[in-house]
Design a protein around this ligand. Sequence first.
Ligand code: SAH
Ligand code: SF4
Ligand code: F3S
Length: 472
Amino acid sequence: MDGSTLTTLTQDVPSGSPGAVPAKRLHVITWGCQMNVYDSARMADVLAPLGYAATEAPEAADMVILNTCHIRDRAAEKVFSELGRLRRLKDAREAEGGRMILAVAGCVAQAEGAELLARAPFVDLVFGPQTYHRLPELLARLDVAPGGPAVIDTEFPPEDKFDHLPEAAAPQGITAFLTVQEGCDKFCSFCVVPYTRGSEQSRPAGAILAEARRLLAQGAREITLLGQNVNAWHGAAPDGGTWSLARLIRALAELPGLARLRYTTSHPRDMGADLIAAHAEVPALMPFLHLPVQSGSDRMLAAMNRKHRAGDYLDLVGRLRAARPDLALSSDFIVGHPGETDADFAATLDLIRAVGFAQAYSFKYSPRPGTPAASAPGQVEEAEKDRRLAELQALLREQQARFNAGCVGATVPVLLTGPGRHPGQVAGRSPWLQPVHATAPVRLIGTVVPMQIAAALPNSLSGTLVPESVPA
Ligand code: SAH
Ligand code: SF4
Ligand code: F3S
């Protein structure tokens, strides 16, 4: 914290009725994966009893939280440019005699909290993904020491944050995230997640079912189970045993009001036979699976410590498609991992052609401090990474366009999630996670309706309601 700029204790906020918690405004900026999106929502839940309500406008905020991502260099650098902008708002507030608390949370905070404070000493509060349930306590420490040193908490605490998060959560909407598993023990050569999120932890089934019931009571119709290795989930069961993710999915599918279930992100090694069977047998489980493979070269997969070969992945895809013929796949790819040759890259293109992906994310390898690949020999030139990425993305784009075009003319069940951009329009999503735009009455939002797909755009579909399906 920059002591010279923090001279006032008073909170410049309107006071409520006597005894009420004074209203304060919270602005959260979120980067990174869906788990960060979930965490940001939970941070807001933790802060609500302290009087914080969300604001879209950072300049109006009494507290700004940056929930950060450390996965690639670019992601981490964005934090510093945003902090520069926020510092000006904070200074302006202080010039008026007010106070703006600036907090950095998430994976950058966890990985480089101390360095971050050295580089941005005007930051007040730094906390990691496993300590945000302690926010009230951290804020109290800050309040007793205005102008004092910043408060930092990047422990992996002995207590489980989920046991300390408030039950009453703000509604997420028709599609909702639910974290079931966190952390990772896989230590892929390139990845910071095992260091930023800690070791693999599964929440108990009872707590997950209770949270799912709350989400459904608040109007959710589709729930996406989240975990860094979600299919490694194995949690304490209500009957005293241990359930697998497949068993959990079967229990969740029974909950009244639930229309759709998804889970992400999976590791190929944890794709058990029972989970594949669930894809065949549980209608609520959507026929779309994000299954990162990273590379199609056995040499690279070994160097990446992925612990499977390209052939294993192709076999797995075969078994999944046998179980659920309309299953569409998505994946993550890294080009230019240390040691990657032209032949290795060609093997990745071969794997992509063999599978045929509906969608994918692809990245240039970015060396991350503290990971084995960062100091490995054979680092690939940036220009070569650019070239490979462009070629890979052209192929993936072509596959996505083909998949979307293949939907034209078909009638597909669409979950309507909200109003569209123009009056009379609604937005929804297909079973394969494609955004669908259509003209339909807003009263249908929250229901699954059959739509005939009229046109495919690069990243979405447009549909028309099948008239006889619309309830009066
Ligand atoms: N747990 C998931 C993914 C976590 S990170 C899994 O095992 O697949 C999301 C994606 O970011 C990864 O799948 C990988 O493709 C990419 N990624 C991770 N570290 C990276 C790095 N150092 N450089 C480039 N991409 C990276
Ligand atoms: Fe990272 Fe690998 Fe763990 Fe995924 S499985 S989070 S890529 S270490
Ligand atoms: Fe990023 Fe942390 Fe998620 S590094 S991808 S926010 S687990």
